[in-house]
Design a protein around this ligand. Sequence first.
Ligand code: CU
Length: 296
Amino acid sequence: MLRLNRAPLAALFAALTTAALPARAESGWNLLNMTQGVTDMSRKIYSLHMLIFYVCVIIAIVVFAAMIWSIIFYRKSKGAVADTTMVHNTRVEIIWTAVPVAILIAMAVPAAKTLVEIEDTTKTELTIKVTGFQWGWNYEYLDQGVTFFSRLDRKSDAARELGSGIDPNTVEHYLLNVDNPLVVPVGTKVRLLITGADVIHSWWVPAFGVKKDAIPGFVNEAWFNIDTDKPGLYRGQCAELCGRDHGFMPIVVDARSKEDFKSWLKDKAAQQKQAAAPGAAPEAATTTPATADARF
Ligand SMILES: [Cu+2]
């Protein structure tokens, strides 16, 4: 029996996908699979993935069974003679072309249906512009005038420095925490307008089934609607190799109840208005970071 040491893989998956969800922690072989996520869409993507996976498993079983059966029972030492009528046999060629085409079409139907749903950004209730930059994210609540930067948290940032002397194991959610998470309400269709300020980044949160490139000069759309009963912290990362600090621009989404979100947004808007008033001291959380000065 082939024995796999799954511990390192398991740790990686746990850190990326389940660290924020202790109540729904996956275990055993599930760690090797996609997670089901916390949105209707992410579960649909998961079901599609499983459906296609099982189709592939059945095809593999049929093909390998035919191959192994032929090798065992029709080998030369058993006196088997090649059937030359199979070569350039029109009927056989039509069958082994038509069958895979039919299978592909059958798989394309549910795949296309899911894709159309992923792209359906109608009836959204909240729009947030997401801008990737080297190296972090800027979030802008378009209708509320709230905007802030989200970057690697200071503890991780200090520990990652060469010769920092800080043991990364002592830093909670090392390289997976940010200073200002994206705050969103649950049970709400949230639309993201995703773009890039310098190079191509990608906004990826596995639990929402969302992964969309942030390309300078283009605005990509994505949406998610988190289950009402699943507020919490969800983590993600930049998923497009974007330069030196690509590994240091995590994403954290703080999903709150509608009431909590409303009061957070109100406070934040008031806070930013005050900070923008003449003579007000700049507020640390919303001040443009030095590295992004030129771009925003
Ligand atoms: Cu990036």
